[in-house]
Design a protein around this ligand. Structure first.
Ligand SMILES: [Zn+2]
Length: 102
């Protein structure tokens, strides 16, 4: 038995905490089953270290989401879709025979 590991200075979380942290990602993505979600909620209410980790994960997800939206401008998609719509409209009003030749 390792006598040198003191309960006041442990770096590894409890078994229950470890399970919660493993399921935390799915919990935050709302992908876990209701039973698991309930147990995680109860654990977070009673365990502040895990709650802090959950808070951190939520902030991290928000940060990543904002960074991703910066990288991919939403106007680009609308511009492409708009040009496609305009092209199909002119083809249907004008020389539609080019496209509907079947
Ligand atoms: Zn915990």
């Amino acid at each position: 038995m390792p006598e040198y590991s003191t309960p006041h200075d442990r770096t590894m979380p409890d078994d229950e905490c470890r399970e919660v942290l493993e399921d935390l990602q799915a919990f935050l993505d709302a992908e876990c089953v209701p039973d698991l979600e309930q147990s995680i909620r109860i654990h977070l209410r009673e365990c502040s270290p895990c709650l802090n980790r959950a808070d951190f994960q939520v902030e991290l997800k928000a940060l990543i989401a904002s960074k991703c939206s910066e990288r991919a401008p939403s106007g680009l998609v609308e511009k492409v879709l708009g040009s496609l719509r305009a092209a199909s409209r002119t083809s249907s009003t004008g020389r539609s025979d080019l496209w509907s030749d079947g």
